[in-house]
Design a binder for this molecule. Structure first.
Ligand SMILES: Nc1ncnc2c1ncn2[C@@H]1O[C@H](COP(=O)(O)OP(=O)(O)O)[C@@H](O)[C@H]1O
Ligand SMILES: [Mg+2]
Length: 264
């Protein structure tokens, strides 16, 4: 069996070595529940991409626990895991000279000239949910970075995964698109009961949109829970080497303010 119908993602005792370096050192996480958006945070090189790629099955790792509900992911290769999860890499592929509509057909493995009514319905549903209708007949290589990001997201979601793993999806986006994508991800997580893990660098985006934060440091999770609690000054100091505090702006929105850098 390669599909799962429910349950949380359970990660425990996760080890991953790349080259000679141990990157994940027995990482344990609290259960990651359906319908929740988790921001994966940590300094450059701490192992965020490694964690996502390990879950996706792209790099070898050992784990005491890597289960989605009752489904043990460990014996499954990347192709088999793709039945339940989708991973969007940090650097998405460049634009292809294909229309957005054709890209979604390719993702569905549908017949190019004579797509089935079901394939057409799935594409229409996806386009309307993500606001892609005006782009369906445009070529991917003519779209902006943010528009392409939405197409990659649509390609991932059209498979109706249970888990979505997104590696720095905001990196190339203007502030408007950053908020658009984060709102969309939060809505999709809740509406489609998805487990969404998003690698972010902007702590304030995490605070605003994520249900919980998972903070990585030295190959392990050092804090996980509601973002305000997980990102306390002690954790921020340990994980990012910054002296930081939470302030409230005039509208009451909490914001993390970094006052200074700490020494190693
Ligand atoms: N193929 C590889 N071989 C050896 N080391 C690697 C390889 N890929 C990544 N690394 C190292 O693993 C560490 C974690 O990388 P990564 O997971 O990409 O970090 P992050 O996404 O948190 O910035 C980094 O120090 C990186 O240099
Ligand atoms: Mg990375």
């Amino acid at each position: 069996m390669t599909t799962a119908t429910g349950g949380a993602l359970l990660l425990g005792g996760l080890h991953c070595t790349l080259g000679q370096r141990q990157i994940l050192k027995g990482l344990d996480a609290a259960p990651l529940h359906s319908g929740r958006l988790t921001a994966v945070l940590g300094r450059n090189g701490v192992g965020k991409s490694t964690l996502l790629r390990s879950i996706a099955g792209f790099i070898p790792c050992t784990a005491e626990r890597m289960h989605l509900g009752g489904l043990d992911l460990r014996p499954l290769g990347a192709a088999a895991r793709a039945a339940t999860l989708r991973y969007l890499p940090q650097s998405a592929p460049g634009g292809l000279h294909l229309t957005v509509y054709d890209c979604l057909l390719v993702a569905l493995n549908a017949h190019h000239r004579h797509p089935s009514p079901e394939a057409r319905r799935r594409i229409d549903e996806m386009a309307s949910g993500l606001g892609l209708e005006p782009m369906l007949n445009r070529y991917l290589d003519e779209l902006s970075g943010g528009q392409k990001q939405l197409v990659w997201l649509a390609q991932a979601l059209i498979h109706r995964p249970r888990i979505l793993l997104l590696d720095e999806p905001l990196a190339a986006l203007d502030p408007n698109y950053q908020h658009h994508v984060m709102k969309l991800l939060r809505r999709l997580a809740a509406e489609q009961d998805l487990i969404v893990l998003v690698v972010l660098h902007d702590l304030n985006m995490a605070m605003r949109y994520a249900d919980q934060a998972m903070v990585l440091h030295d190959g392990r999770v050092i804090a996980q829970g509601p973002v305000r609690q997980a990102l306390d000054p002690g954790i921020l100091a340990q994980a990012f080497l910054v002296a930081a505090r939470v302030e409230h702006c005039s509208r009451g929105t909490p914001l993390i303010v970094i006052d200074d850098l700490l020494k190693l």
